[in-house]
Design a protein around this ligand. Structure first.
Ligand SMILES: [Zn+2]
Length: 69
Protein backbone atom coordinates (compact mmCIF):
# COMPACT_ATOMS: atom_id res chain seq x y z
CA UNK A 1 0.00 0.00 0.00
CA UNK A 2 0.99 3.54 -0.58
CA UNK A 3 2.52 4.67 2.69
CA UNK A 4 3.38 8.38 2.74
CA UNK A 5 5.03 8.08 6.15
CA UNK A 6 7.65 5.82 4.57
CA UNK A 7 9.17 9.05 3.32
CA UNK A 8 9.52 10.53 6.78
CA UNK A 9 7.52 13.43 8.13
CA UNK A 10 4.29 14.24 6.36
CA UNK A 11 2.33 17.44 6.29
CA UNK A 12 -1.36 16.66 6.69
CA UNK A 13 -3.89 19.30 5.79
CA UNK A 14 -7.64 19.07 5.96
CA UNK A 15 -9.37 20.43 2.90
CA UNK A 16 -12.78 21.91 3.48
CA UNK A 17 -15.54 20.80 1.13
CA UNK A 18 -15.65 24.17 -0.62
CA UNK A 19 -11.93 23.89 -1.40
CA UNK A 20 -12.33 20.59 -3.22
CA UNK A 21 -13.08 21.16 -6.87
CA UNK A 22 -11.49 18.08 -8.42
CA UNK A 23 -11.87 14.34 -8.07
CA UNK A 24 -9.01 12.51 -6.33
CA UNK A 25 -8.25 8.85 -5.79
CA UNK A 26 -7.74 7.72 -2.23
CA UNK A 27 -4.71 5.39 -2.03
CA UNK A 28 -6.13 3.59 0.98
CA UNK A 29 -9.43 2.33 -0.46
CA UNK A 30 -8.88 3.10 -4.16
CA UNK A 31 -12.15 4.96 -4.33
CA UNK A 32 -12.73 8.43 -5.63
CA UNK A 33 -12.94 11.49 -3.45
CA UNK A 34 -15.55 13.58 -5.15
CA UNK A 35 -15.59 17.38 -5.44
CA UNK A 36 -17.17 18.94 -2.37
CA UNK A 37 -15.92 16.19 -0.06
CA UNK A 38 -13.84 17.33 2.91
CA UNK A 39 -10.70 15.20 3.11
CA UNK A 40 -7.00 15.24 3.92
CA UNK A 41 -4.13 16.20 1.67
CA UNK A 42 -1.04 14.30 2.83
CA UNK A 43 2.30 15.70 1.65
CA UNK A 44 5.67 14.14 2.53
CA UNK A 45 7.88 16.99 3.70
CA UNK A 46 10.87 15.69 1.76
CA UNK A 47 8.90 14.61 -1.30
CA UNK A 48 6.11 17.08 -2.00
CA UNK A 49 5.58 15.54 -5.44
CA UNK A 50 4.15 12.52 -3.68
CA UNK A 51 1.19 14.39 -2.35
CA UNK A 52 -1.85 12.16 -1.87
CA UNK A 53 -5.46 12.75 -1.00
CA UNK A 54 -7.13 10.57 1.61
CA UNK A 55 -10.66 10.22 2.87
CA UNK A 56 -10.90 11.48 6.41
CA UNK A 57 -12.02 8.08 7.66
CA UNK A 58 -9.26 6.28 5.79
CA UNK A 59 -6.51 8.44 7.25
CA UNK A 60 -7.89 8.43 10.77
CA UNK A 61 -8.42 4.69 10.69
CA UNK A 62 -4.95 4.15 9.34
CA UNK A 63 -3.32 6.03 12.21
CA UNK A 64 -4.65 3.64 14.80
CA UNK A 65 -3.91 0.58 12.73
CA UNK A 66 -1.55 -1.74 14.52
CA UNK A 67 -2.15 -0.05 17.85
CA UNK A 68 -5.36 -1.94 18.43
CA UNK A 69 -4.22 -5.51 18.33
ZN1 LIG B 1 -10.45 6.18 1.15
Amino acid sequence: MDDPEAFGDVDVRFLQPYQVTKTYLCPNCNREILPGTGHYAVVPVDAPDLRRHWHRGCWDGRKTRGARR
